[in-house]
Write a protein that binds this ligand. Structure first.
Ligand code: MN3
Length: 203
């Protein structure tokens, strides 16, 4: 199987109380696993692609054969997005952004509070399921929202961080209160990992 579900880098309960254990179990073991399983099933029809990483496939969807392009976009995208998502969170995370990304946020958005407000708005306004992402475009940070499991990689942009606004990411604890989930999520962000991703985005 070309793709595998990565182990969570912490316990299911480690992000409590921001993200509850039951949500993490379902989200990782069921939802992310389903994206991996379905992406692998699609690739069985085109074994010549199985040496490519999910990021490579999503970055060049035009090169994916048409009969599996939709399934790869959705499930390969889901795999890439969630792999990032687990890594950019950690227990006792949060606080002000550190390092180069902290400086760039100040430069492009002003105060961290103003940046969070704009990012959370992008998440709230995403109709239905999707993601809010931070990307680096033309020397500046930019906030983009995407439907479903679409990735900025498909636009040639590397996601520095992203928050999942599918209902499965928050509904058990926050019910319909997506803005509350978005506001609380910053307290589990792993800024060291986000800084590593910012370095990649600059290349
Ligand atoms: Mn999800």
């Amino acid at each position: 199987m070309p793709f595998e579900l990565p182990a969570l880098p912490y316990d299911y309960a480690a992000l409590e109380p921001t993200i509850d254990e039951a949500t993490m179990k379902l989200h990782h073991d069921k939802h992310h696993q389903a994206y991996v399983t379905n992406a692998n099933a699609a690739l069985e029809k085109h074994p010549e692609l199985s040496s490519k990483s999910a990021e490579e496939l999503i970055s060049d969807l035009a090169a994916v054969p048409e009969d599996i392009r939709g399934p790869i976009r959705n499930n390969g995208g889901g795999h890439v997005n969630h792999t990032m998502f687990w890594e950019i969170m950690k227990p006792n995370g949060g606080g002000e952004p550190t390092g180069a990304i902290g400086e760039q946020i100040t430069k492009d958005f002003g105060a961290f509070e103003d940046f969070k407000k704009k990012f959370n708005e992008a998440g709230v306004k995403q109709f239905g399921s999707g993601w809010a992402f931070l990307v680096f475009k033309g020397g500046k940070l930019e906030i983009v929202s995407k439907p479903n499991q679409d990735s900025p990689l498909s636009d040639g942009l590397y996601p520095i961080l992203g928050n999942d606004v599918w209902e499965h990411a928050y509904y058990l604890k926050y019910n319909n209160r997506r803005p509350d989930y978005l506001a609380a999520w910053w307290s589990v962000v792993n800024w060291e990992e986000v800084n590593k991703r910012f370095e990649k985005a600059k290349k």
